[in-house]
Design a binder for this molecule. Structure first.
Ligand SMILES: [Zn+2]
Length: 80
């Protein structure tokens, strides 16, 4: 049994994990402190971007995947 807040925290943690980059060599999380994550909708070149792990210094490749969601309602309020 978990409270609503616990479930929300778990969902937020899962969302953060999905939106973060982990080194495939050592598993270290790549911090996005300098906004270094590849963002394809800014019009960057297609194809995986090369990154270097700050922990083990090995090179790996990252491709951004963007998903789209729609909220549908019978009126403006329920679709907001
Ligand atoms: Zn690494």
């Amino acid at each position: 049994m978990s409270t609503f807040e616990e479930r929300m925290q778990k969902l937020m943690a899962e969302k953060e994990e999905r939106e973060s980059i982990r080194c495939p060599w050592c598993g270290a999380k790549k911090e996005n402190d300098d906004q270094q994550y590849p963002v394809s909708y800014w019009g960057s070149e297609d194809g995986p971007a090369s990154m270097e792990c700050g922990s083990c210094e090995k090179e790996f490749f990252v491709k951004e995947v963007v998903s789209r969601e729609y909220v549908v309602g019978k009126d403006e309020v329920s679709a907001a």
